[in-house]
Design a protein around this ligand. Structure first.
Ligand code: ATP
Length: 141
């Protein structure tokens, strides 16, 4: 079976957690972050890591973004960077792009520019925990 190739933009808590798990699940992951320390932390875990600004088109071209099956934009606070990185991945031809949103408006913008799935980590986790709290089988929690 062909391994799926992921590119993760932003290696904060959210992006690094996705990256670690994808590796555990047997996938190939390229992690990109402009913060050298974040990249250092993940350099021995992920398949490849790059210190770079993902809002620069040339950077995404040079890492061969178009060859990836899936891109994860895990930048939150810098909404402009999140939007730019997302649109660049889409334009370069990454098959599926998922992106984290920090607000409903941010999520709406991401949808408008064609993101395949918007993730609201805190909201989605809150919903999941609520379901687990009322579930009779709390051992799964
Ligand atoms: P998390 O909640 O995932 O820990 P955070 O709140 O620490 O995230 P965010 O602002 O959401 O920080 O950014 C997540 C990561 O994305 C950071 O490690 C940051 O360095 C990186 N990042 C932000 N902008 C860019 C960019 N233009 N290019 C590459 N990486 C970026």
């Amino acid at each position: 079976m062909k391994t799926t190739q992921f590119v993760i933009i932003g290696l904060g808590r959210f992006g690094s957690s996705i990256g670690r798990e994808l590796i555990e699940l047997g996938n190939e992951v390229l992690g990109v972050d402009r913060d050298e320390e974040k990249v250092q932390e993940l350099s021995t875990v992920l398949t490849h890591t790059v210190i770079a600004d993902a809002t620069e088109e040339e950077v995404l071209r040079s890492i061969g973004a178009r060859n990836f099956d899936c891109g994860v934009v895990a930048i939150g606070d810098d909404i402009q960077a999140s939007i730019l990185a997302t649109i660049l991945l889409k334009e370069l031809g990454v098959k599926k792009v998922v992106a984290k949103a920090v607000s409903e408006l941010h999520g709406r913008v991401l949808e408008r520019i064609g993101v395949d799935r918007v993730i609201y980590p805190e909201r989605d986790m809150g919903i999941r925990v609520a379901h687990q709290l009322v579930s009779p089988n709390l051992l799964d929690y």
